[in-house]
Design a protein around this ligand. Structure first.
Ligand code: SAH
Length: 422
């Protein structure tokens, strides 16, 4: 979501005759687009702001947008009085007001509507992967999560607007469409005539667009994985065989404390249905270790579920207490030391899964999407349908395409190597 927001901000400012620079000391306007999910991310913002304040031109304007802006509000100005703007995730389209009146201080952390989508200029050029939000916010209120506070309650965009954005993306360069939402599969829009649109409708309509070759979506809430959506994996071949469906913990007791779906049988049932719909599907998860009151036994259940579901490409985090969340004031908070040990143990299991899956790809042919050159400039990086990184030698780059069939020849835990197939 933040990558998407960043692209929209850049396009908006280009429409005001600004150009991007990598040189901080040269910039006239410096924007930190921020994440507040974990405390570390928030702390990083403030240390970065301190650095920016010293390195920037005296006349340069600087400030924060996104979730830390929403989390801090006017406090941000108290911490750093020189800041010029503090704009939450639904208000960054107001930045041009500052260009008109550089002496003003902008503060807006409203979450009441999705007017930014109407105000932002249309993308004239889209990268190969287009991020398209279908909804923002979340109503689930997991007890660890600051997102309902920073991004607000669920608001789904009109179906026609999403399809219009998708067609525009396909016409201006996109091959892959990634639909976004904090609770993406909770997407539900009722049009003025009373017709209800769900994420499955969005996918079905998008699959009809010729230029679109790959479709995916993130992040999914397990129990919103309804049959109409699962069916899409069977009927729409453009939908990639890869799904991020976070479980967070393998212990039903902890899931209950997290206020997450805590019936593991139901979760396994959804996984089975997905596999029936698309036998080659792979699933990834997010995990939190060291949630308040998590015992060794609870934690072992998490390692066991990672082993059982054979998740690939997963993310794992130490629990981080966040303001405005119920878990932050729960008893039996776990020490940093225990969290670190558990994270390491879980990661070793996740690494085993990833390595095994990558090795199983050797000899297969996969249709991969171009991402860019590697750091050395001698190789080209692609993404497989499972979002694995796949590297090929640049010597091939005369006759290869952005969407390229590649035969996998080597694999390790973190990436694949392959040869393009003509
Ligand atoms: N569905 C949300 C989740 C975003 S946060 C969205 O798309 O916006 C991504 C992941 O961060 C979560 O799935 C969870 O595993 C982790 N996370 C969220 N809050 C956390 C916290 N307080 N401490 C540690 N990890 C957290």
């Amino acid at each position: 979501m933040n990558v998407y927001d960043g692209q929209r901000i850049a396009t908006m400012l280009e429409a005001h005759n600004m150009i991007q620079t990598d040189d901080l000391s040269e910039a006239d306007l410096i924007i930190l687009n921020t994440c507040a999910v974990r405390e570390k991310a928030t702390n990083k913002v403030y240390s970065a702001l301190g650095r920016i304040r010293k390195a920037k031109k005296p006349t340069a304007l600087f400030g924060i947008v996104g979730c830390v802006a929403r989390e801090s509000g006017s406090d941000a100005f108290k911490r750093i009085p020189e800041l010029n703007f503090v704009l939450g995730p639904q208000s960054y389209h107001k930045l041009p007001e500052l260009i008109k009146d550089p002496a003003s201080k902008l503060l807006n952390i409203d979450l009441t509507g999705l007017e930014k989508f109407d105000e932002l200029p249309t993308m004239q050029q889209t990268p190969l992967v287009a991020y398209i939000p279908v909804q923002e916010g979340c109503n689930h209120c997991c007890t660890y999560c600051i997102v309902p506070y920073t991004r607000g309650r669920e608001l789904s965009r009109p179906f026609d607007d999403i399809i219009k954005d998708t067609i525009n993306a396909a016409n201006t360069g996109a091959i892959e469409i990634c639909f976004l939402g904090q609770n993406v599969n909770g997407y539900k829009y009722t049009d003025p005539a009373g017709k209800i649109f769900k994420l499955s409708d969005v996918i079905r309509e998008t699959a009809k667009i010729d230029n679109v070759k790959r479709i995916r979506f993130t992040s999914s809430y397990p129990t919103e994985m309804t049959d109409d959506l699962i069916d899409m994996f069977a009927t729409e071949s453009k939908l990639l065989p890869f799904l991020n469906m976070p479980i967070q913990s393998g212990s039903e007791r902890i899931l209950k404390l997290m206020h997450r779906p805590d019936n593991l049988k139901m979760y396994f049932n959804i996984v089975d249905k997905l596999k029936q719909a698309r036998p080659d599907i792979q699933i990834s998860s997010d995990f939190i270790v060291g949630f308040p009151d998590e015992t060794e036994e609870d934690f072992q259940c998490t390692v066991d579920i990672a082993k059982k579901i054979k998740y690939i490409n997963s993310y794992s985090f130490k629990y981080s207490p966040r303001p405005h969340t119920a878990a932050a004031i729960m008893p039996n908070q776990i020490s940093e030391q225990i969290k670190s040990v558990r994270l390491q143990l879980l990661d070793s299991q996740l690494n085993i899964n990833q390595r095994e899956f990558n090795l199983s790809c050797i000899g297969k042919e996969m249709l991969c999407l171009f991402e860019g050159p590697d750091k050395t400039g001698t190789k080209l990086v692609y993404r497989t349908p499972y979002m694995q990184q796949c590297i090929i030698d640049k010597k091939h780059d005369d006759n290869i395409t952005s969407l390229q069939m590649i035969k996998i020849t080597e694999a390790n835990k973190s990436c694949l190597k392959g040869e393009p197939i003509k």
